[in-house]
Design a protein around this ligand. Sequence first.
Ligand code: HEC
Length: 202
Amino acid sequence: MKNMKHNLKRKLMIGTAVSAIAAATAVSAEVSDAKVSVKAMADALHLVMDSDRSVYTKKIVNRLVKKEKVIKASEHFEDEKALVLPAQMFRFGSEMAAKRAEKLDDVNFSYTLQSLWPINKQNAPKTNAEKAGLKYVAENKGKNYYTTEKLGGVNYFTAVYADTGVAPVCVSCHNKHPDTPKKDFKIGDVMGGVVIRIPVEG
Ligand code: HEC
């Protein structure tokens, strides 16, 4: 008797789960056909990467390096048992995302952190869109730069967003780095930019 009741309860539960899955599938088919513009996609991607970057810099690097002085952040983080630099954190994420996106048919985008005043010359802008975008976001605080460009026969939507000195440690580390071409960054200054590139048809 106890078992029968149990089985009935189980059947009911399975039935409910099956109809819930059916409803969810029906909705998701409709939803997956809905369109999002490339600009909205780039803006959303940037919001996530910029928030993660700010959280890492403020809550981990600035707190432990500058306020509590318990550890340093260094390019040579393995040898020196130090924290990964915010720019390295960003690049490692970008490299992992690129690798994982290769296996996904519908996911195609890339992103980099660059600057007109780079510590690492590899982070200088290369394409005309990157150069124009970095200049624009540095001169027009609070505004983003959007354009299209053709590279290697592929058309891209390219967005450039300001990368701002949000924590004291951003400014102090850059100003005193031996390879920096600029030593007078202040908190709140635009220090570079994030370039997001999405291939588009046509
Ligand atoms: C402890 C030192 C340190 C801190 C803190 C730091 N940076 Fe950097 N940053 C560097 C170094 C070194 C590089 C070059 C690293 C590389 O490409 O491998 C770099 C790279 C960059 C770049 C790419 C251009 C370039 O200079 O090579 C930007 C833009 C940038 N940082 C902005 C910031 C901002 C904004 C913050 C705070 C949110 C910050 N950095 C925090 C040391 C630091």
